[in-house]
Design a protein around this ligand. Sequence first.
Ligand code: NAD
Ligand code: AKB
Length: 314
Amino acid sequence: MMDDVVLVTGAGGQIGSELVLSLRKIYKNVIASDLKEPTGELKDGGEFIRLDVLYKNGLMDCVKRFNVKQIYHLAAILSATGEKNPEMAWRINMKGLRNILDVCVEAGVKKLFFPSTIAVFGPTTPKINTPQYTITEPNTIYGISKQAGERWCDWYFQKRGLDVRSLRYPGLISYKTKAGGGTTDYAVDIYFEAVEKKQYECFLKEDTTLPMMYMPDAIRATIMLMEAPAEKITVRSGYNVSGISIAPKDVAASIKKIIPDFIVTYNPDFRQTIADSWPQSIDDSVATREWGWKPEFDLEAMTKDMIDNIRAKN
Ligand code: NAD
Ligand code: AKB
């Protein structure tokens, strides 16, 4: 077990609720923090602190009190919720990140993880095999805030010497904690509804292909990047990482192999426009070359694992 004290913000969310458990297998002291009360394994498995990332003093107190050496800054507002409340999304995503960056520098935190997203790309980005370095003209507040966040992270690395590392996650699919207000949430909801109701109304069109990734791959990518030797890391904004590129009709077909009477209907809403502005597939060759990234789950393996685990929960 390693000694560095690790703090995770937004730990009660879809990623944090799984990342904290994986980090606790590697580090002796992982402090989970969130605005909301923790549940289950998050609460029982170690330290939990109520922290609002908008309040720098509270962050600073926590970092000093526990002598925190690494921060995984997950707290944010995602794309769909962000479009409904752009002011709040900008404030939490920007001010929250700036507070964390400053606390890291002022309190001597060694390493920071910042979760970026495919939402930094926009309608003018090449959609197929989107390169690491390309046009980024996002048209959602979420994407704009994450793109600006990437630039701030790179600036803090260049000008303040902070060891910031970041991934541009695709849409993440998982069964432990449901997704929290994104455009790719259908790919989580569809599995729960398939098991529980055998029917699902999808808010994206059936042929909307987007980059996605199963949570075990996302957690592995995160820890691989954070544990990689610093000299291997050339990207301080956000690494492209790829999992599987799928549309709702592909997910539905793979679920039907296990639940043959599953029915999906399509009723696109405002999230369709957001999805249409994002890439369909991602070129992650820089991450592969520099720190060995390779996903393990394909659609069929993920579908089986999702359905087995949701059935076991019910
Ligand atoms: P989530 O919405 O499930 O969780 C976010 C957590 O942040 C919530 O538990 C919420 O209570 C907390 N939070 C919100 N405002 C806060 C504040 N002011 N102070 C402290 N905590 C606050 O999100 P997630 O899916 O776990 O995503 C985590 C990070 O990864 C986000 O930055 C997100 O942009 C990024 N990301 C997620 C995905 C995905 O598909 N899940 C994809 C790309 C990037
Ligand atoms: C969202 O849909 O907002 C997130 C993301 C891809 O960043 N899942």
